[in-house]
Design a protein. Structure first.
Length: 159
């Protein structure tokens, strides 16, 4: 009897892990062609007290490209952050859950609370909108503060 219970728990755990991985995989594949920055750096990752975590990131985005950063959150989790351009002049920034939550074309602060209607995975998308004769890459500095139970996933450049 114990053996059957243990096997059932292991199978259930594997099944739930697979479903979670499939959702993250789907979200990352939707932006995989244009979402691998050439030099993403995590400048600082610290816990702020017992409840909050803060990450500071810097990354380049080529002309016409975009970078998508995923946040996995629980119902009611609050997120605060800001970004600015260290280099370049034009960026389109969006935060989406199941629908658009926030959009900005300028350096900005943002804040939102995870809601059941938006799901548990949120995407912070930065798109380089530089135009002109010599479109240039932009360098973005991003700081995000979120609950310790949340997770932040950054794109990995494919070789």
């Amino acid at each position: 009897m114990r053996k059957k219970i243990i096997i059932a728990i292991v199978l259930l755990s594997l099944m739930l892990a697979t479903l979670g991985c499939e959702e993250l995989s789907r979200l990352t594949q939707e932006t995989a062609q244009k979402s691998a920055p050439s030099n993403l750096q995590i400048l600082k990752a610290v816990e702020l007290g017992a409840k909050w975590e803060m990450k500071q990131l810097r990354f380049d985005i080529g002309a016409g490209d975009e970078v998508a950063i995923l946040l996995k959150l629980a119902q009611g989790d609050k997120v605060d952050g800001y970004f600015y351009l260290e280099k370049g002049e034009s960026i389109d920034f969006r935060i989406t859950g199941k629908s658009l939550l926030f959009s900005s074309e300028a350096q900005d602060r943002f804040s939102f609370v995870a809601e059941q209607t938006q799901g548990d995975t949120y995407t912070l998308t930065f798109r380089n909108t530089e135009a002109g004769d010599q479109p240039a890459k932009v360098t973005v500095f991003l700081e995000v503060i979120y609950p310790v139970g949340g997770s932040l996933y950054v794109p990995v450049e494919e070789e």
